[in-house]
Design a protein around this ligand. Structure first.
Ligand code: PHE
Length: 343
């Protein structure tokens, strides 16, 4: 009896170990455990036959049974750990853990240019401005003529302007200033608006793009002065860059303003010492401005003896580059997935 029983036990153990080795899922492992080691399992049956043995043989067989049980339990535990951590020896049988959190979908958000543009508008809205819009496909009259830019002016040159082929007199607006004209035509005066939008010029290098964004400002009333313009832009730059922002006003020329000025912000890359981005000047031009030229008011049927005002045009990309510390404008348009989420 004993040799037969112990042989059967050996066979049971070797089959059990093989099955334990090949099991693929935790569920299958647990039902195998019940079948082998459960209260009515195969090993329990073997234990039951212990009582049928003559007393002198029970000791050895009992020891053998206990060893078999320990061996199977050990293999069971090892297999369980393996399946739980997914480190299965056989990669094709890895375990799917449906309770693991999945990869989060990347949430979209506003482009850095839109964010900066919104920030600019918010500051002017606080000062009582409202938002106006105009078309990107403009006509010669609104982009040039009404803005006191005569026919021979170099700004109309093919070098700078994208003209629309087969549509005489149409072009992609080269600035947002035509919105000044459209707003005065539509709303009359007094008026206080900011007009954001895309503009187009034939230009392409680290600080110029053929398409970029401007925010135009226009304020017309009965007693608007150049001091008001300086105060407005000073307030804006302190709000936008912080109280320590270094800005300077430089006399300049635009056909549609008189007097005119350009406003520069101290280069944040070199702190004013001179670098590639600011072309060694220490400053970056961020806007043009001035008192609206009487000829522009007249073109909009506004009496220059009664009304005056100021206008300004901000470069959104310039402001964004300075604020966000970006030294190449082209990064804004490449929309690289490692660039955009930084803002
Ligand atoms: N339109 C000018 C430009 O694009 C900027 C400007 C706007 C200057 C309004 C004066 C007044 O350069």
């Amino acid at each position: 009896m004993q040799p037969e029983a112990s042989e059967r036990l050996e066979e049971l153990v070797s089959r059990a170990l093989e099955e334990l080795e090949n099991v693929k899922t935790i569920e299958a492992l647990d039902s195998l455990k019940t079948r082998l080691l459960g209260r009515k399992g195969l090993l329990a049956e073997a234990f039951a036959c212990l009582r049928t043995l003559p007393e002198d043989r029970r000791g050895r067989f009992g020891k053998q049974l206990n060893e078999a049980k320990a061996c199977m339990l050990e293999r069971y535990e090892a297999k369980k750990r393996q399946l739980e951590t997914g480190q299965n020896a056989n990669p094709s049988s890895s375990v799917l853990d449906v309770s693991l959190p999945g990869p989060l979908p990347q949430a979209g958000k506003a482009h850095p240019i839109s964010q900066v543009q919104d920030e600019i508008l918010a500051i002017f809205l606080q000062m009582g401005y409202s938002v106006a819009k105009g078309p990107e496909l403009e006509d010669d009259y609104h982009n040039f003529e009404a803005l006191n830019i005569p026919k021979h002016h170099p700004a109309r040159d093919m070098q700078d302007t994208f003209f629309v082929q087969n549509a005489e007199g149409f072009l992609l607006r080269t600035h947002t200033s035509p919105v000044q004209i459209r707003v005065m035509e539509r709303l009359g005066v007094p008026v206080q608006v900011v007009a954001p939008g895309r503009v187009y010029r034939r230009d392409f290098d680290p600080t110029h793009s053929p398409m970029f964004h401007q925010v135009e400002g226009l304020m017309i009333d009965k007693d608007v002065s150049f001091a008001g313009l300086i105060g407005t832009l000073d307030f804006f730059s302190k709000r936008f860059f912080g109280p320590d922002a270094a800005v300077r006003f430089r006399p300049s020329y635009f056909p549609f303003t008189e007097p005119s000025a350009e406003v520069d912000v101290r280069c944040i890359f070199c702190k004013g010492e001179g670098c590639r981005v600011c072309k060694n000047s220490g400053y970056l031009e961020v806007l043009g401005c001035g008192m609206v030229h009487p000829a522009v008011l007249e073109a909009c049927r506004v009496d220059p003896d009664e009304w005056q005002g100021f206008a300004f045009g901000l470069g959104v990309e310039r402001l964004a580059m300075l604020k966000l510390g970006i030294d190449d404008i082209r990064l804004f348009y490449e929309n690289h997935p490692s660039f955009l989420p930084q803002f």
